[in-house]
Design a protein around this ligand. Structure first.
Ligand SMILES: Nc1ncnc2c1ncn2[C@@H]1O[C@H](COP(=O)(O)OP(=O)(O)OP(=O)(O)O)[C@@H](O)[C@H]1O
Ligand SMILES: [Mg+2]
Length: 227
């Protein structure tokens, strides 16, 4: 991984969706770069296109036009099979609603991204280390229902980092947390960024999160705006 090259380059991204006779233009030419180890907040009103943008840069959704270069790979040009393997190696994802598997323990949930072709499927030592890094070394055997919201989100962060991806994408990660727990989660992200060199893109409505970021990207009606 080159330190000079941006971790993520987005160029002229467009997303249109046909809905009945109408075409909804969700992204209207979005371009930006994220440097290695940057933490950038993505803000903007509800419906401005933040989640759509995050879905495309993580390879979950495809753009109508434009380029996404993630750690040197043009993800718009990959087949579905290559895309899913790239996604597993290069992007960690955290969502507002944690998305843990209820029947699995914290230790098992963290190892889930390792169950993909090319990985041996488990690495309990690494998962335990990451859970300890997020302050949950004493909760390895707990299931999601036995954890608080803040703890579940920390398990989700550990899971997002298990493949040591260059990019962590978080969609309103503090949206379901109280102010104090949310602040603790953000300082955890900053600490992990320092230790792992992970680049972080976080969509948020929370000004406290934005204040801690290196930079804020603001969206309005599918475009990035300067103020
Ligand atoms: N698959 C789809 N089909 C039609 N419209 C869609 C689709 N996905 C998103 N949209 C529309 O695109 C716009 C942007 O949605 P998006 O979820 O990206 O916004 P957001 O900025 O994340 O909003 P919020 O802050 O509420 O999470 C919205 O108007 C939404 O209704
Ligand atoms: Mg959203």
């Amino acid at each position: 991984m080159s330190v000079d090259r941006p971790t993520l380059s987005v160029r002229n991204l467009e997303k249109k969706v046909a809905l009945g006779r109408e075409t909804i233009h969700i992204l209207r030419g979005v371009s930006f770069d994220l440097g290695h180890g940057e933490m950038v907040a993505l803000m903007g009103p509800s419906g401005s296109g933040k989640s759509t943008l995050l879905g495309i840069v993580s390879g979950l959704d495809s753009p109508t036009a434009g380029e996404v270069i993630l750690d040197g790979d043009d993800i718009g040009r990959l087949s579905e099979r290559h895309l899913s393997s790239l996604r597993a190696r290069k992007v960690g994802m955290v969502f507002q609603s944690y998305n843990l598997i209820p029947t699995l323990t914290a230790l098992e949930n963290v190892q889930l991204p390792l169950y993909v072709p090319g990985r041996n499927g488990h690495d309990p030592e690494r998962a335990a280390q990451l859970l300890s890094d997020v302050g949950l070394g004493h909760r390895l055997g707990h299931r999601p229902s036995q954890l608080s919201g803040g703890e579940q989100q920390r398990v989700a962060v550990a899971r997002a980092l298990v493949s040591d991806p260059p990019l962590l994408v978080a969609d309103e990660p503090t949206g379901n947390l109280d102010t104090e727990t949310g602040a603790a989660l953000v300082s955890l992200l900053l600490d992990l960024r320092k230790r792992h060199g992970t680049t972080i893109l976080v969509a948020t409505h929370n000004n406290d999160v934005a204040h801690l970021a290196d930079r804020v990207l603001r969206m309005r009606d599918g475009r990035l705006v300067t103020s």
